[in-house]
Design a protein around this ligand. Structure first.
Ligand code: PEP
Ligand code: MG
Length: 558
């Protein structure tokens, strides 16, 4: 798939916006703004009132926030379940906390307006909670900041309505979607995404590909005053046309009809390949695996002929929880996926938290350069209990299928050895409990850093397999933030350095008899398939809607 990168992604006229088109196809639907996507025009400059008026204003904003949280809780409960919904109930309760209310009242009595009283009181409470011994209470700091941010936005007059009002599917517009927003999103209601920020490797783009819907990222600001209009979102053209004329809508629908017919025809042809092994003309077999985030996608991956799962992004289970998941909860989630894969290889990546994947209850320190900070395996080695809970769960799931585990963000042999020794401790623990697991579970690592690629020969002696995370490998090799839309053209045009790193790693790994796959977004790029085949890459792992096209592409290779 070729992404349309427009360097001059600017507003061209009143109703047309341009950005980086990702995902598939085009759609015409109503726009719906995500609550955090605010615009300066909506921000109300309030006159500061008397202390009584400020107190009433603050209470009113808190009531609005509580009502919004109730609506979100109900929606998440219906789509994802009770446990996932519970965080919104906790957030609502935080706004009724006596200590918080008293602290706000005291600040207002000292002459502060509603918003500043809230900010000061929140910071005071966060300092107190952050200094406590109790892990649970310490973890509430991020929740408190999150929920008070909601009240603050209401006080600023920004649009904080829950996104879905009617029943129709909408084009969701947001400043950006954080991984936790993506994790709790009711996907059945989203026909397309538009985000002001983001780039082809950002989470929104990855989500759009996984859902097989069109998206536009890095668009810049769209005034929220537009909410509710019909719009045509075209991923291929990288455009969003708001309030198209009847004529435009008609011609879009006609064009769409023939595009869909053509796509259906191509799909019918490709469906014949469902169980055809992806072997190149020169006889090299490449396994076609799926990248997934949850059990539902495991089912879809199997129907699309996946040979296995090359990347289970295990952070999604954590992101949907209000607090640390238990070993039992993790085990059930993984075992369910392993069962659905019916014996096919299932690679579970251990928790990749930190940087752009913040999980509030982990209470990670704020960092100046989070992408270069404590993330991935660094978090897990620093939080052994958290890591070992997950390792025990993965091990237990390995009794239900061909489960493998894979470490993210590795830079050294030492990290791998530390992780392996923790894994061995977990095995002893399970032996003690008399619980079953695969004693020969495959143990792999991701190549997401230039260090891992350069050290691949040494690392190959320590592990059973590798998978290249091209999204991060590009970011770290080019020293260019994968989330920054301004740098998207730079990242798109400079793939050669990482292709050479992959080439180098593949040769080193194969020399030692090892195995290397690719699970970053470049794995699905048809212009690179031949190059990967020439490197004798063993596996390509891509989002579910891309599985058949990649299989087809490999079969066309020399
Ligand atoms: C990658 O970095 O390429 C990758 C697959 O991991 P993620 O996108 O989850 O960071
Ligand atoms: Mg990564």
């Amino acid at each position: 798939m070729t992404e349309d990168i427009k360097e001059d992604a600017v507003l061209s006229s009143g109703a047309a916006y341009y950005g980086i088109g990702v995902g598939q196809g085009a759609v015409c639907a109503r726009l719906s703004f995500w609550e955090a996507s605010t615009s300066p025009e909506k921000t109300v400059k309030r006159e500061v009132g008397t202390p009584t008026e400020e107190w009433n204003t603050l209470q009113e904003a808190m009531r609005t926030a509580i009502s919004q949280l109730g609506q979100i809780e109900a929606r998440v409960r219906a789509s994802l379940g009770e446990e996932e919904a519970s965080i919104f109930g906790i957030h609502a309760m935080l706004l009724e906390d006596e200590d918080l209310l008293e602290a706000c009242q005291a600040q207002i009595a000292r002459g502060e307006d509603a918003k500043h009283a809230l900010l000061t009181a929140t910071e005071q409470m966060c300092r107190t909670l952050g200094g406590l011994e109790d892990d649970y209470l310490r973890a509430r700091v991020a929740d408190l900041r999150d929920v008070c941010g909601r009240v603050e936005r209401i006080l600023d007059g920004e649009d904080t309505q829950p996104i879905f009002s009617g029943d129709e599917r909408v084009i969701l517009v947001a400043s950006d979607l954080s991984p936790s927003q993506s994790a709790t999103l009711d996907r059945s209601r989203v026909a397309g995404f538009v985000t002001f920020a983001g780039s082809p490797n950002s989470h929104t783009a990855i989500l759009a590909r996984a859902m097989g819907i069109p998206a536009l990222v890095g668009v810049g600001q769209i005034p929220t005053a537009y909410g509710g209009e019909f719009a045509i979102l075209d991923a291929r053209a990288g455009s969003l046309r708001i309030s198209p004329s009847e004529e435009e809508q008609r011609s879009f629908e006609e064009a769409q009809k023939s595009t869909l017919q053509e796509e259906r025809r191509k799909r019918d042809v490709m469906k014949r390949l469902l169980s055809t092994p992806a072997v190149t003309g020169s006889g090299h077999r490449i396994l076609i695996y799926a990248n997934i985030g949850e059990a539902l996608e495991a089912e879809a991956a199997c129907s699309e002929g996946a040979d296995g799962v090359g990347l289970l992004r295990s952070e999604f289970l954590y992101l949907r929880k209000a607090d640390y998941p238990t070993e039992e909860e993790l085990f059930e989630g993984y075992a369910e996926i392993a069962r659905r894969l019916k014996g096919k290889r299932t690679v579970i990546r251990t928790l990749d938290a930190g940087a752009d994947k913040q999980i509030p209850y982990l209470g990670l320190e704020r960092e100046e350069n989070p992408a270069l900070g404590v993330r991935g395996i660094r978090v897990c080695l620093a939080r052994r209990e958290l890591f070992q809970t997950q390792l025990c769960a993965i091990l237990r799931a390995s009794a239900y299928g061909q489960v493998c585990l894979m470490l993210p963000m590795v830079v050294s042999v030492d990290e791998v050895r530390q992780a392996r020794s923790l894994l061995l401790e977990c095995m002893r623990e399970l032996d003690g409990r008399g619980q079953a697991y695969d004693k020969n579970i495959e143990f792999g690592i991701m190549i997401e850093t230039p260090a891992a690629a350069i050290m691949s020969e040494e690392l190959a002696r320590e592990v059973d397999f590798f998978s290249v995370g091209t999204n991060d490998l590009l970011q770290y090799t080019l020293a260019a933030d994968r989330q920054n839309p301004t740098l998207a053209p730079l990242l798109a045009r400079n793939q050669e350095p990482i292709l050479r790193l992959i080439e180098y790693s593949a040769a080193a790994i194969h020399r030692t008899g090892g195995w290397i796959g690719i699970c970053g977004e470049l794995a699905a790029d048809p212009s690179l398939t031949q190059r990967f085949a020439d490197m004798h890459i063993d596996e390509l792992s891509v989002s579910v809607p891309q599985l058949l096209a990649v299989r087809d592409q490999v079969l066309r290779c020399k």
